[in-house]
Design a protein around this ligand. Sequence first.
Ligand SMILES: NC(=O)c1ccc[n+]([C@@H]2O[C@H](COP(=O)([O-])OP(=O)(O)OC[C@H]3O[C@@H](n4cnc5c(N)ncnc54)[C@H](OP(=O)(O)O)[C@@H]3O)[C@@H](O)[C@H]2O)c1
Length: 272
Amino acid sequence: MARIASFKGLGCLVTGASAGIGRDMALQLAAEGARLVLSARREDRLRELAEACRGLGAQAAYAIPEDLADPGAPARLAEMAENHLGHVDVLINNAGFGKAGLFHKAPRERLLQMIQVNITASVDLAHRLLPGMLDRNMGAVLNVASMAAYQPAPYTSVYGATKAFLLEWSGGLHQEYKESGVIISALCPGVTDTEFFDVAGWGNISGFINRRMPSARVATVGLDALRRGKMEAMPGFQNRVAIFAQRFLPRTWVATMSRRLMGGRPYPTRER
Ligand SMILES: NC(=O)c1ccc[n+]([C@@H]2O[C@H](COP(=O)([O-])OP(=O)(O)OC[C@H]3O[C@@H](n4cnc5c(N)ncnc54)[C@H](OP(=O)(O)O)[C@@H]3O)[C@@H](O)[C@H]2O)c1
């Protein structure tokens, strides 16, 4: 089974590196001596992070700003990353965002951008970079999905569906390439302490977002999944128990519980 023994010297492309889980993954990879390309939209943050990564021991760290909602961005980013790193050994598809509230109230453009960033850009980057990994018989792709991937996610239904895509797609790839030397994993975090909920506009809609795991811990679980060759990884024992237990319940019950957990006050008071 494919595993990453050490990230030292490996060329790693991290998307969504300007904040949260991606930033922590970049810092942890840097501390292991990886060579990094860091991408997101906020260039100032990427530059500051690249400097911090070099200070921590990264053999190289480059900031490459791109907006992954632009359909041309993955091609540019893959090419730039290969130019800077020689080749990309590890792709971390982490960039993503959600939108809280009723489906029909969300701006259509925002939902379509979400599908572009969370799904299309991840598939595009992997399709461009995987062949090189296969030629070298070594590499890894980590797709950051979510606990939301395992059941319907009322009031953030498109987001949940993008994460279900990433989880199922990753599992398919993991099996396709498990003899190839390339590991493909999905990381499925629960509620994590990042900018995610502010960006999604969750506000005080639901109490379930108040118990947050530190993003550094989530990042460690993600990188460990690649070290251990795991098909999927979920940070937090309670999260794993909850997802395991729901397998034994009817799907409609699980969906109803999910609505209550997400703060299911009756329509139409839920306006966001
Ligand atoms: N936080 C949670 O509870 C949680 C739980 C499960 C899964 N996740 C997943 O974890 C991943 C990381 O999220 P996070 O929690 O660390 O949230 P975050 O702090 O909001 O970070 C999101 C990252 O994605 C980048 N990004 C967003 N839109 C982008 C775009 N159009 N183009 C390029 N980059 C973009 C952001 O950078 P810029 O704004 O600078 O572009 C930022 O670096 C996401 O895929 C998210 O769905 C989070």
